[in-house]
Design a binder for this molecule. Structure first.
Ligand code: SF4
Ligand code: SF4
Length: 469
């Protein structure tokens, strides 16, 4: 007897393709895109190798003796373009981040995902470092093409090469956070002398191995937030890689096209080269898709076919949704005007805040615990702390005195009042004032903090004392 629901399967079969990197049963469809040579690949190669050189050399670049870029997380100092942001520069740093985001929005509105295809480190390293290594050791079979069995020694050699590349990348990456001098010292010393940085480097190497050997295009398809935001960042006039449907359809194989009894066909010879070359495994003829990283490999692949079959180039080309719908595309749109205006406003605000920033900052706060104590002589002592930030690259020596009340004195409980370049220090001090300076338990104190360059700040605070009527 047949079991009830004998056709029942716990896994529902998809009615259509869900993801280009998934087979119908949900297992990973490993992509091995075919390399398509062409003008755009040559240009992308030049850009990619220049970017790799730039990424490698940037930590060595100095501006006025300071690194061009150094993201020193432990010291909480970010140096960008030679300018150092301190923890107290939150507003400036926030402005830089917002300007950077606005720049991305503007760039995407104008040029679509050019960043993804031409400059994103994931694409640059995957397509121009790791993929060539893979093709060298495994051969050049494309998706759907023949797959030869790779000998074990070649597989081992491939992974050793990947590992060496990942070590180089991890060290370059670390140089942005610790500087090349520290990195140079660490790589020549035993890891036992600096286990934490070594563990960080080992972890970054491992993460890169996982990314470039296993995760690969999944990073663009499911993990990258920039890819997820494309639907809101792009508009009808943004630049995209698109298939010219009007010209290409109805598609058909060369043989079918040569059959005079069939109706006239489009220029697409349905060779599938645009699909087998795609690093994210999609078919651009199905229209604009979130998986398209604008790498232009399908353009090169199709142009080669067009040239071989005597057809006009650019059946797949850079276009826009407006252009494909027969409308004229314009660079001037609401978003391409609003974003630059916002950027301009932000730049002006940044310059204003930057120019008004002082050589040092000082914040006076009350110590925790008792608000005041009575001295033996009957005066009132308030315990305070003074947080000073040196924003310059030279050591500062300070002196501090009380401006008002005139009868009050400052008692600094520190050996020295010097502060190293870009340093932040909290000084513990107390202000002693006679009891009759207090009115209703309060007395305004004004302190002057000056450095050896005679730059000064006046800081004030309400002292707390007994409630005199
Ligand atoms: S569709 Fe074309 S441009 Fe888009 S990712 Fe695939 S090959 Fe690159
Ligand atoms: S490469 Fe060009 S001709 Fe070949 S299938 Fe793709 S669009 Fe059609």
């Amino acid at each position: 007897m047949n079991a009830p629901h004998s056709n029942f399967s716990p896994i529902k079969k998809p009615e259509a393709r869900v993801l280009s990197t998934l087979d119908a049963d949900g297992s990973r469809n490993w992509l091995k895109p075919k390399l398509s040579k062409g003008k755009l690949l040559t240009r992308r190669r030049i850009v990619a190798y220049l970017l790799i050189a730039l990424f490698t050399l940037l930590p060595f670049v100095k501006v006025g003796g300071k690194p061009f870029v150094l993201l020193d997380i432990t010291a909480r100092q970010f140096t960008i373009f030679g300018f150092t942001f301190l923890p107290t520069d939150t507003i400036l740093l926030a402005m830089v981040i917002v300007a950077w985001l606005l720049g991305i929005f503007l760039f995407t509105a104008l040029f679509g995902r050019v960043w993804c295809g031409w400059a994103c480190p994931q694409t640059v390293y995957m397509e121009f470092l790791f993929r060539p290594v893979e093709r060298f050791f495994d051969g050049t079979a494309g998706r759907g093409g023949h797959r030869k069995k790779t000998p074990a020694w070649r597989v081992a050699a491939k992974y050793v090469t990947y590992f060496l590349l990942c070590i180089y990348l991890a060290n370059t990456f670390l140089a942005y956070f610790i500087g090349v001098e520290t990195l140079g010292r660490w790589v020549t010393q035993s890891p036992i002398e600096h286990p934490v940085p070594f563990a960080v480097m080992a972890f970054v190497t491992f993460a890169m191995m996982v990314d470039f050997c296993f995760f690969r295009e999944q990073m663009c398809l499911i993990a990258c937030p920039y890819g997820r935001f494309q639907s809101v960042l792009l508009d009808q006039d943004s630049m995209i890689v698109a298939y010219d449907k009007k010209r290409g359809e109805p598609r058909g194989k060369i043989k079918k096209q040569a059959n005079a009894s069939l109706p006239v066909m489009g220029d697409c010879v349905d060779c599938g080269n645009c699909v087998t070359t795609c690093p994210t495994g999609i078919d651009i003829r199905e229209g604009l898709q979130m998986e398209c990283i604008n790498c232009t490999q399908c353009i090169d692949a199709c142009n080669a076919v067009m040239s071989k079959t005597g057809r006009t180039a650019n059946l797949i080309r850079y276009s826009s949704q407006s252009r494909d719908a027969g409308r004229t595309s314009s660079m001037l749109r609401a978003r391409t005007l609003i974003y630059p205006l916002l950027l301009l406003g932000l730049t002006a605000a940044f310059v204003a805040v930057f120019l008004s920033s002082k050589t040092f900052d000082a914040v006076l706060l009350r110590e925790t615990g008792n608000p005041f104590v009575l001295t033996e002589s009957g005066d009132i002592r308030n315990l305070l702390k003074l947080k000073i930030t040196n924003r310059t690259d030279r050591t500062m020596n300070f002196n501090i005195h009380c401006l008002s009340p005139e009868s009050a004195v400052v008692d600094v409980r520190e050996d020295s009042l010097s502060l190293k370049p870009r340093g932040v220090r909290t000084l513990h001090l107390s202000v002693i004032a006679p009891r009759d300076e207090f009115n209703l338990g309060r007395s305004q104190v004004r302190l002057e903090l000056a450095n050896q360059m005679e730059e000064s700040r006046i800081i004030s605070l309400k002292l707390i004392g007994p409630y005199n009527e």
